[in-house]
Design a protein around this ligand. Structure first.
Ligand SMILES: *Cc1c(COP(=O)(O)O)cnc(C)c1O
Ligand code: SF4
Length: 441
């Protein structure tokens, strides 16, 4: 049994391989790590990171803040207050930089519903069929990704935290009042940081006869990549698998939405065992990842990842475009390049891996997939919604002017001289309405 040992800024010097970091790496870690949350663990440091390749090793870059993750202006500003030992100025500078890093991208607050005059923090309902639940005890992870768009969840930023304040009954009442909801997705942070007992408190009520409407329960997690022992040798691993068994037994589908960024995360005996044990319960594992410079910006890496996942019995699901937040400038890839990487990877694999869809942006309006680049009165991006705030938007091809540099949907403009995209005025009405409602709280 492997004992979980986490490392943060307070104790990272205990990482055995830490002596292999140069003075510059350490300075970067202690500087950038003040702004973006830093946490790793002994599985990541012992089994995933190739220390001979540091700092360019993708698993290192995924967990360890590097100097380039802050733009030089911010990095130098922070260095200078730290070196002056001015604690107050340091805290102020950290706060100022954080606020400039777009802590809450894509208007997630618009997805938080209300019921009987109470705002249901900890629930997001953006797409008709699916609600996201943010269990209060699952708002951390076994390690933190340097690109994470949920980073404010871990940084104690005021009012930037989604987490369940009311008890589960309020959420169940909300779901019952929305009979079209068929899916509950537990997310975080990482719900698999909770004990089996806590996880049961969220899942068991969904198995009761009065929750017949719920067909699919999903758990978004990176535990398979960051701490696979959660499903193998942890004290309550068997209890977790029993809970998974129960879901299948009442005839519902349990899906682990497994977050994997690189094939290296699929190679250890521990992750293979964990996947096998989960699959033995009848639970399906679907996989997803953003496309990230310095981590996986290469079609061969994706093709390898999808093939390995399928060999292990997992189903490739989404390739995302990294959101505009935190260290975005370090990880970002233009949409045009992202689509080429997707297409080249997709061409390298057999149909059995082509369950994956992408590259997809989770924008205000919905999940927008770049299908490709076409020629019609000049170059255009062809896109479609994979999910929309209005389900009626889904699946209709639409077009934007080609822009080789654009990295997010808000930088695109409609093609063919149109003033706006077909859904835009409806979306603006919707956003205005939720803003007004939220102002009442
Ligand atoms: C991605 C996402 C979902 C799930 O979408 P699927 O396409 O069903 O996987 C649900 N809610 C939100 C807010 C999402 O971003
Ligand atoms: S596992 Fe997910 S929520 Fe946790 S740090 Fe990584 S990206 Fe963020």
């Amino acid at each position: 049994m492997k004992k979980y040992q986490s490392y943060t800024l307070l104790n990272y010097r205990k990482i055995p391989q830490c002596s292999r970091l140069s003075k510059d790496h350490i300075e970067a870690l202690e500087t950038v790590g003040r702004v973006l949350p830093f946490k790793t663990n002994n599985y990541v440091t012992d089994e995933l990171i190739n220390w001979d390749k540091v700092p360019d090793d993708p698993m290192f870059t995924l967990n360890f803040p590097r100097r380039e993750m802050l733009v030089p202006e911010y990095y130098e500003a922070l260095r200078s207050v730290i070196e002056k030992n001015d604690d107050r100025a340091t805290e102020e500078t950290i706060e100022r930089i954080r606020m400039a890093l777009n802590p809450n991208p894509s208007g997630q607050e618009h997805n938080v519903p209300e019921m009987n005059g109470i705002k249901l923090d900890g629930l997001q309902h953006k797409y008709r069929e699916t609600v996201l639940l943010f269990p209060r005890h699952g708002q951390t992870c076994h390690a933190y990704c340097t690109f994470c768009f949920r980073w404010p969840q871990f940084s104690n930023l005021k009012n930037k935290k989604f987490s369940m304040r009311q008890n589960m009954n309020a959420y169940l009442t909300y779901i019952k009042a929305h009979p079209k909801v068929t899916d509950v997705l537990l997310t975080g942070g990482d719900p698999m940081t909770m004990t089996a007992g806590l996880l049961r408190e969220y899942i068991e009520p969904l198995l009761k006869p009065d929750m017949r409407q719920i067909r699919n329960i999903r758990i978004g997690t990176k535990a398979l990549a960051y701490w696979p022992y959660r499903f193998t040798t942890d004290k309550d691993a068997d209890e977790i698998l029993r809970l998974f068994d129960e879901v299948a037994r009442v005839g519902k589908h349990l899906a682990i939405m497994g977050h994997f960024n690189h094939p290296a995360e699929l190679l250890t005996e521990s992750v293979k065992n964990a996947i096998q044990r989960i699959r033995n319960t009848g639970t399906q594992i679907r996989t997803q990842s953003p496309l990230l410079k310095h981590i996986n910006d290469n079609p061969d890496v994706w093709a390898e990842m999808w093939k390995t996942q399928v060999s292990l019995g997992c189903i490739p699901y989404y390739m995302f475009v990294a959101r505009d937040t935190g260290a975005k400038h370090f990880f970002e890839i233009p949409l045009a390049l992202g689509q080429r990487i997707f297409r080249k990877a997709y061409q390298k694999v057999s149909g059995i891996c082509r369950t994956v869809r992408g590259p997809s942006m989770s924008a205000h309006a919905g999940k927008i997939q770049i299908l490709g680049v076409g020629e019609a009165e000049g170059k255009v991006f062809v896109m479609r919604f994979l999910q929309g705030r209005n389900p009626d938007w889904v699946g209709r091809p639409f077009f934007a002017k080609y822009d080789p540099k654009a990295t997010w949907f808000d930088q695109l403009h409609p093609a063919f001289g149109e003033k706006e995209f077909f859904f835009e005025s409806e979306l603006n009405d919707y956003l205005r309405e939720t803003l007004e409602r939220h102002r009442e709280f």
